[in-house]
Design a protein around this ligand. Sequence first.
Ligand code: ZN
Length: 313
Amino acid sequence: MVVKREKLAPHVVWVRGWLLWIIPRSMQKQHKNVIIKNFMRNELRFLIIIAIASLMMFGSCTSVHEEVIPEEVSVVSDDSSLDDVTRLDLSVLQGVYGFKRETIQITPSTYVVEGDMLFERDSFQTKYAPKTMANARHYRHWLLVAPQYRNIPVFFVGNVPDVWRSAVRQAMNSWNAEGRSIRFFEGPFLASNGIAITFKNYNIYTGFGNAATTIASAALPYADGKPGGEIAINSVWPGLSSMTTSQRIFTMLHEFGHTIGFQHTDQPWSGQQIFTSSAWCNNNIDPNSIMRTGNHSTVQLSQCDKSAFMTLY
Ligand SMILES: [Zn+2]
């Protein structure tokens, strides 16, 4: 019986031709003499093709990996060695204009931002700082406590020492005495818009700060308008047992300030500036602010703190 060959489409013939070329002749139906004659050449050709195909696959995998995993570049700027004027200029570029610090290059005559935007350093504050904001020294978090959450329950969690409970209560009273829309009061436990006062071993409960250098830490207000939910006192801070009553009160005044959105007054490169009604407060570092960093003995809000509090609440 004769099998009639079907006529194949040109591309099928082309594909079949390549397959025949790739597959060793020894695997194809041939005459023995031809197999012997061409054996070496055909097997070698087969192996070379397999080797090239493998290299192509391996090569393409390598290049995919290079594209998928970009090189991480992190730029850490240590501005502590810069002079005050430069740091104030940087605070305007960041706090007022919103440029990221790592994109600001400092040259002798200009600040080069994002590669090609120039700000002249000569008389920078006069030229670029908005007049009402230049040299402002009180700073706020972007988020503040919303009106419906300004009666703020404060409650103690766990074994908070009496001396600290006392400092917490005095700090609450000082803030309340200003008669603004924020009011702290004791109660109810775990209230949803409340502030938990905790006494934590920072070596065990990580994420609250440096166990060796942080006395206490606090959460800032949240996007839903609630105040920061916790003030954590570091039970293992080395200087804790030698703190004075005044220092404990200062610490709590300060941390409560954070929970309602205040940032530090002596870190002018951080945060959004607060417009106060006092020109002096807007142009000087307030030596009595409770929002200074460090361990101080100030037991009441300064005049500038009060102005800033009035501005925000
Ligand atoms: Zn602080």
